[in-house]
Design a protein around this ligand. Structure first.
Ligand SMILES: C[S@@+](CC[C@H](N)C(=O)[O-])C[C@H]1O[C@@H](n2cnc3c(N)ncnc32)[C@H](O)[C@@H]1O
Length: 275
C-alpha cells in the first residue's frame, strides 16, 4: 500500500515536468496534494509502492497509455449534455445565419476536448432540432480528445440514466434508446453517425491535418489546464482553421488572453474570428 505522504517535492517536479512537456498541462505547487491523492489509486492498481517507481514506468512507456492514465487521474472529464446554457440560447437565435454563411458545402464543427461525448452529441441533437430542413449528411462534427479511454466511452454513446434524464423528454425519446435492464440510455445510430471521434492532442497534435476549415469550434473547459503560452498557441491554431466569421466557444470560466488579436468577443465565452 502506498504511504499517503510518499510523494516528495522532487517526484512531483519530475511528474509535472513530464505532464507539461507531453500534454501542455501545467500543475502549480498547490496541486501537489491533489496529484498525490489522485495518483495513489493508480499506484495501487499497478501494485507499485513509490512514486519514483511510477515515474520510471511512465517515462519508459512508449505506447503513451500511461500518460493518458496520468492525465485522466489529474484532470477532470466532467461534462454534461447541453452544458453552458447561454451558448445554446445564442445559437438558437443565430444558427440559421451561421449555417447560411458556412465556408464549405458541409457545415463543419469541431468539439475539441470532447470527453465522454455529451458535447458533440448535444451539438448533433441541437442541429437536428434547429436545422430540420438540413440533411444530416451536410453536418460534420469532429470530436477529439487526448484520452483513448474516454473516446471509447464517447463512441459507445451509452449513458447512465442520471446523465440523460435531465434532458427534455422529447429529446430522450427521439434521440436515445432506453435499456431498462441496465437502466442506461444509448444514443441512436443516426445521431452517432453525425459524429466522428478521433484521438488528438491539442498541445502537441499536428494541426496541418485539418485541411478544411471549420465553421464553429467548441473548446470548453479544456484550456483551464494550460498556461498562457500554451493557450495562446492553441488559439492561434484555432484561428488558422476558422475563417473570418467562424465561431469559437470556450468555457464560461475561461477567457482569451489579452494577447489575443484574432478573435472578438460576441458575449462572454463566445468569440468570432476577425477577418
Ligand atoms: C472537463 S473536460 C471538458 C469536456 C467538454 N468540452 C465540456 O465542456 O463539457 C476536459 C477534457 O479535455 C481533455 N484534454 C485535456 N488535455 C488535453 C489535450 N492536451 N488535448 C486534448 N484533450 C485534452 C480531457 O481528456 C477531458 O476529456
Amino acid at each position: 500500500m502506498v504511504d499517503e505522504k510518499a510523494l516528495t517535492k522532487r517526484e512531483f517536479d519530475l511528474l509535472r515536468k513530464f505532464v507539461y512537456t507531453n500534454a501542455g498541462i501545467s500543475l502549480s505547487d498547490q496541486k501537489m496534494a491533489l496529484v498525490q491523492g489522485r495518483l495513489s489509486k493508480r499506484l495501487r492498481t499497478l501494485g507499485m509502492n513509490s512514486y519514483k517507481q511510477y515515474y520510471d514506468h511512465l517515462v519508459s512507456d512508449d505506447t503513451g497509455d500511461e500518460l493518458i492514465h496520468l492525465i485522466d487521474a489529474i484532470s477532470t472529464n466532467v461534462t454534461s449534455f447541453f452544458r453552458e446554457r447561454g451558448q445554446w440560447e445564442y445559437l438558437k437565435i443565430h444558427i440559421e445565419d451561421i449555417f447560411a454563411k458556412r465556408s464549405n458545402s458541409a457545415f463543419r464543427i469541431w468539439s475539441a476536448g470532447c470527453s465522454s461525448g455529451e458535447e458533440p452529441y448535444s451539438i448533433a441533437m441541437f442541429l437536428l432540432e434547429n436545422l430540420p430542413a438540413v440533411s444530416v449528411r451536410q453536418c460534420k462534427i469532429l470530436a477529439t480528445d487526448i484520452s483513448a479511454d474516454i473516446l471509447r466511452r464517447a463512441t459507445s454513446g451509452r449513458y447512465v440514466a442520471k446523465n440523460v434524464e435531465p434532458l427534455p423528454k422529447n429529446y430522450v425519446s427521439k434521440y436515445f434508446d432506453r435499456d431498462r435492464k441496465s437502466e442506461s440510455y444509448q444514443i441512436k445510430a443516426f445521431v452517432r453517425e453525425m459524429v466522428l471521434f478521433r484521438l488528438f492532442n491539442l498541445v502537441y497534435g499536428n494541426f496541418s491535418l485539418f485541411t478544411n476549415p471549420f465553421d464553429m469550434i467548441f473548446c470548453r473547459n479544456v484550456m483551464i489546464y494550460f498556461d498562457t503560452p500554451t493557450r495562446d498557441k492553441l488559439i492561434a491554431e484555432f484561428a488558422r482553421v476558422l475563417p473570418p466569421g467562424g465561431l469559437l466557444f470556450i468555457g464560461h470560466s475561461e477567457s482569451l488572453t489579452r494577447n489575443n488579436k484574432l478573435f472578438r468577443m460576441i458575449q462572454p465565452s463566445i468569440y468570432e474570428r476577425i477577418g
